[in-house]
Design a protein around this ligand. Structure first.
Ligand SMILES: *Cc1c(COP(=O)(O)O)cnc(C)c1O
Length: 409
């Protein structure tokens, strides 16, 4: 950071934490569309490979456009936090081609055959499939429990010495369940286990998991961090800088899941308005949740900002606002839900989340279609459940669209 005083707000950090001087005085970090970087002399090449000169060498290993995005995310996640040494928390962020690539780096960079991940249900579908269909084949197992029951967490950790990593996703799809990051981390740290948090739904503006002593934070940057639905991307952040430089780096670079300069540029631009967008997303979501909860055609609403939600207290404790994701079921079940989705005129029918526009999807046939029906039901994903990512449109128009669609079910 160039300034001599600490920045006191998230928007200032998002806009000014990074940005690289360049030969042509460009205001914004340019899209460095280049695979390789030149050396003036053999000695310079030598110094760069030895690490004495930090200039980038080859874009799979890093690129100035990635660096700007990585430094911004690291500054946001570390905002106003201190490390174990009492100094401002230092984080290393590695940008990836997708959330899935960053997740693969996290698991492969920290675990070996014979190790077990402890996690909870209603994980993002891709994470769940990565664990069951890919990691299982490499000998890395996963145990899934309900982590909102801390006794189950304690019991699982005590019983199974092969557990090495506790992976938390909070809030999680599509019933917006929350896990107490602080309580679970305390239990994990009694056994010196690693803890990772998927912070995609919350973003660092709403929730900073490093505050509770976790080791890694993950984001699908595809969602709120980019914010406009223009690119797929992922990031893995770690506070053990040595581990990030060694084992994590090795998997990231050798599997080749690097980002690309154009997507990294879009991400950097998107993050500058994170605070403004999240304030509006969350404000709109609260109004929509209250409107739906009172509507006679709605059976129930899952939104962690309503005090009827089972995880209301956890979310109030660890989140600035409850977020922009919710799900609900119509009294008429699946058929009514389908008629409702088809009748929407402004809200957009699409999977994904965290874009400026309101997105509506049907988990049972889309994001969670790979799960067996019984499994879906234990996670609260009934056939008629509708998932909504509330956008930043003007609230009156969102309500008008929902109202007219609900009249037609
Ligand atoms: C989208 C998403 C992912 C996967 O990220 P991709 O960018 O699609 O690869 C992981 N976790 C959560 C919570 C997500 O929403």
């Amino acid at each position: 950071m160039k300034n001599s005083f600490p920045l006191t707000g998230i928007s200032s950090v998002a806009i000014h934490a990074s940005g690289h001087d360049n030969a042509n005085f460009a205001h914004l970090t340019p899209i460095y569309a280049t695979s390789t970087f030149t050396f003036d002399t053999a000695q310079q090449g030598w110094d760069r490979f030895a690490g004495a000169d930090k200039t980038t060498i080859y874009s799979r290993w890093g690129n100035p456009t990635f660096t700007t995005a990585e430094e911004t995310i690291a500054a946001l996640e570390a905002f106003e936090l201190t490390g174990d040494d009492g100094k401002p928390l230092q984080l290393k962020a590695l940008l990836h081609a997708s959330g899935q690539a960053a997740m693969a780096t996290l698991f492969l960079g920290t675990l070996q055959a014979g190790d077990t991940i402890l996690s909870h249900f209603s994980l993002y579908g891709g994470t769940h499939e990565l664990m069951l269909k890919v990691l299982a084949d490499t000998g890395i197992k996963t145990t899934i429990i309900d982590m909102r029951n801390l006794n189950l967490v304690e019991e699982a950790i005590k019983k199974d010495p092969s557990i090495k990593l506790v992976h938390i996703e909070t809030p999680a799809n599509p019933t917006i369940r929350c896990v107490d990051i602080e309580a679970v981390t305390l239990l994990a740290k009694q056994k010196e286990l690693l803890v990772s948090v998927d912070n995609t739904f919350a973003t660092p503006y709403l929730q900073q998991p490093f505050k509770y002593g976790v080791d890694f934070v993950f984001h699908s940057t595809t969602k709120f961090l980019n914010g406009h639905g223009t690119a797929i991307g992922g990031v893995l952040l770690g506070k053990d800088l040595e581990l990030m430089r060694t084992s994590i780096w090795k998997w990231h670079v050798l599997l080749g899941g690097n980002s690309n300069p154009f997507d990294a540029f879009l991400l950097t631009q998107g993050m500058k308005t994170l605070e403004l967008r999240m304030e509006r997303h969350c404000h709109n979501a609260m109004v929509v949740a209250e409107f739906l909860a009172k509507h006679p055609a709605i059976h129930h609403v899952n939104y962690n900002g309503l005090d009827t939600h089972p995880d209301y207290a956890i979310s109030q404790k660890q989140m600035r606002h409850p977020g922009a994701l919710m799900s609900y079921e119509l009294k008429g079940g699946l058929e009514a839900g389908q008629r409702f989705i088809d009748a929407l005129q402004m809200c957009v029918r699409a999977v994904s989340l965290g874009t400026v526009d309101t997105l509506v999807s049907h988990p049972a046939s889309m994001s969670h279609a790979s799960l067996k029906k019984e499994e879906r039901l234990t996670y609260g994903i009934t056939d008629g459940l509708i998932r909504m990512s509330v956008g930043i449109e003007n609230i009156a128009d969102i309500l008008t669209d929902l109202e007219q669609a609900l009249k037609r079910v």
